[in-house]
Design a protein around this ligand. Structure first.
Ligand SMILES: [Zn+2]
Ligand SMILES: [Zn+2]
Length: 306
């Protein structure tokens, strides 16, 4: 996953995903990703805007690719994506529902590289929302049809996401993962095993369907510790980060800790479980329900949203 193309409708979260993949801690050994937003090579700086001739855009894209051993190119221009596909290792297609993309567009902070001031961005919003709505119905190079064809033809590693994404990395960033769609009920588990595994007062966790989870990178870095006869705990063998749990008796389910997830998440309501084993030095001071052990049953903790 060294040369990544990210594409999809406007508002599908392309630049948010790119920024997450690109962001790095201080001690990470791998070189950072170079980043190219195709908006910056698609247009003449004129009003009304006019597309830059393909040959000129190609020169800029070639120059960018030759400057970086690892890169992310992000945008909705299939004609420009095609200029980079021969070098790309990975294609990430954010094929999200139109209404969700429109919500993202409404919530978008001021994009200083595109609009002179926030008022100018607001004035453009109605047009943008309509443009997003037209995505499945157009047939130009910026359309769902073009993205579908590009994705199908891409021969490298590729993923299509159709539900909102959450994502995280291990501490050393060799392991990168995504969760697609909503979480099951969220519990803060105070049992001794969770406290030991996380080295923390408690573990905040939810269950998901295994199909919602994707190891984008570093699956070969995983250690697998069986904490009880049916339960596997996966962790990064280099940095020790706790990543996911699986259960032999529930092969379609994963347990995921939420502490490693990034971004502005909307986490559903929560409860404390196994508070009888709580760290004596930690005081619960929120209004979430508390359970001495399981919240009625273990099955409740293994429930997923999907
Ligand atoms: Zn790691
Ligand atoms: Zn626990």
């Amino acid at each position: 996953m060294n040369k990544i193309l990210i594409f999809g409708n406007s508002g599908s979260g392309k630049s948010t995903l790119a920024k997450f993949l690109q962001s790095q801690g201080d001690h990470v050994a791998t070189p950072a990703y170079g980043y190219l937003d195709l908006d910056t090579v698609a247009w003449w700086p004129t009003s009304p805007p006019r597309r830059l001739p393909l040959e000129k855009a190609q020169l800029q894209i070639q120059a960018f690719m030759s400057q970086h051993s690892r890169w992310i190119i992000e945008g909705c221009y299939t004609d420009l994506l095609q200029l980079a596909q021969h070098e790309a290792t990975t294609a990430l297609f954010l094929d999200l529902p139109v209404a969700l993309c429109q919500d993202h567009a409404r919530q978008r902070p001021w994009e200083a590289h595109k609009y002179g001031d926030p008022a100018e961005q607001d004035a453009n919003l109605e047009m943008l929302l309509q443009w997003i709505a037209d995505y499945p119905h157009r047939d130009d190079e910026l359309s769902l049809t073009a993205h579908n064809a590009f994705f199908e033809a891409f021969t490298g590693e590729k993923y299509r996401y159709t539900a909102p994404l959450m994502y995280g990395k291990c501490l050393c960033e060799q392991v990168v993962y995504t969760i697609e769609g909503a979480l099951g009920p969220v519990f803060h588990c105070h049992c001794l095993k969770c406290r030991r595994w996380h080295g923390a007062a408690f573990r905040t966790r939810a269950s998901i369907q295994k199909s919602q989870w994707r190891w984008l990178k570093g699956e070969d870095q995983l250690g697998d510790y069986m904490s009880s006869p049916q339960v596997h705990k996966y962790f990064c063998k280099t940095c020790g980060s706790a990543l996911a749990s699986s259960y032999d008796n529930l092969p379609d389910i994963l347990g995921v800790p939420l502490g490693g997830l990034e971004g502005a998440l909307k986490i559903p309501s929560q409860a404390h479980i196994f508070v009888d084993s709580k760290a004596p030095w930690y005081t619960l001071c929120d209004d979430n329900p508390q359970y001495a052990e399981w919240p009625g049953s273990e099955a409740k903790v293994r429930e997923t949203h999907a």
